[in-house]
Design a binder for this molecule. Structure first.
Ligand SMILES: C[S@@+](CC[C@H](N)C(=O)[O-])C[C@H]1O[C@@H](n2cnc3c(N)ncnc32)[C@H](O)[C@@H]1O
Length: 260
């Protein structure tokens, strides 16, 4: 019997870097410039609701969204429409998405956006309140939530850096009300080094999601809950392409019974 030695081929770092750069970016996914955005969303995802119009017909403040996010937003956010929902978006940029959320949730919603870029201050009061600070600063986050009088829905569209995504969730999730929804988008960044991620990296946010899943099932194994600030109140985890949604509610020890 011959024993074959497994030798990994040597690939110089500059080639590895070039390969990474080819994949680590959103440019190859850009939709055709004159394409029909609404038609694309309708035909691929069977969605022709109001959010597709609000996004595709927007002619004022710029926003940038992946097409498959639109129906997902509606799926998870529609229960809060028309109510006095307290909605916080991390990442304001040019203000287009805050404007969309105002039209979508309605006049009673309390809408806040935070951004590290002080230029966003000029958007304060247009569609909602804008506060300047970092999503990685727990004291800033707490002060914004206090000003909002609590928070029901959080959308993390900020830096997409793995360290920020994790620390923001750790500090904001406990501040969100029961019945709340926490959505993180653009998580393709979890696979990209320049966002602190990587396919096998423990900082890849999907590795963290694995911890939440094991914590949720802690009743059935002997390991301790690793991420209590999220897991002690997390009743649902949804994973879509580049999007993770966490539902917050009271967690009960599961029981079962039999009926005839
Ligand atoms: C993808 S853009 C947001 C886009 C906007 N939500 C939209 O849909 O049009 C990301 C924003 O996050 C902001 N950002 C980057 N790092 C941040 C941080 N540490 N804390 C808060 N905001 C940050 C950037 O300044 C940028 O405006």
């Amino acid at each position: 019997m011959s024993i074959k030695k497994i030798v990994k081929p040597f690939v110089p770092e500059f080639i590895l870097e070039a390969r990474r750069n080819r994949i680590e970016g959103i440019e190859p996914f850009l939709f055709e410039a004159k394409g029909d955005v609404k038609k694309d969303i309708r035909e691929k995802y069977q969605y022709s609701g109001e959010l597709a119009d609000l996004f595709a017909d927007n002619k004022t403040y710029m926003m940038h969204k992946w097409h498959h996010y639109i129906p997902l937003y509606d799926r998870y956010f529609s229960p809060y429409k028309g109510r006095k929902v307290r909605f916080l978006e991390i990442g304001v940029s040019k203000g287009g998405s805050l404007q969309m959320w105002r039209k979508y949730f309605g006049p009673d919603a309390v809408i806040f956006g935070i951004d590290i870029n002080s230029d966003c201050k000029k958007l304060d009061g247009l569609s909602g309140q804008v506060r300047i600070g970092s999503q990685a600063d727990p004291e800033f986050l707490a002060s914004v939530v206090k000003e909002m009088g609590g928070v029901d829905v959080i959308l993390d569209d900020g830096s997409h850096h793995m360290d920020h995504v994790a620390v923001t969730l750790k500090h904001l999730f406990p501040l969100m009300n029961d019945g709340g929804t926490y959505m993180i988008e653009d998580l393709h960044a979890a696979y990209w080094k320049r966002y602190g991620g990587g396919f096998k990296s423990k900082k890849n946010f999907f590795y963290e999601v694995g911890n939440f899943i094991s914590d949720m099932h802690h009743w059935y194994h002997r390991r301790k809950v690793r991420k209590p600030s999220v897991s002690n109140h997390c009743t649902g985890i949804h994973i879509h392409d580049s999007i993770v949604v966490l539902e917050k509610s009271r967690v009960f020890r599961p029981v079962h019974s039999q009926s005839v």
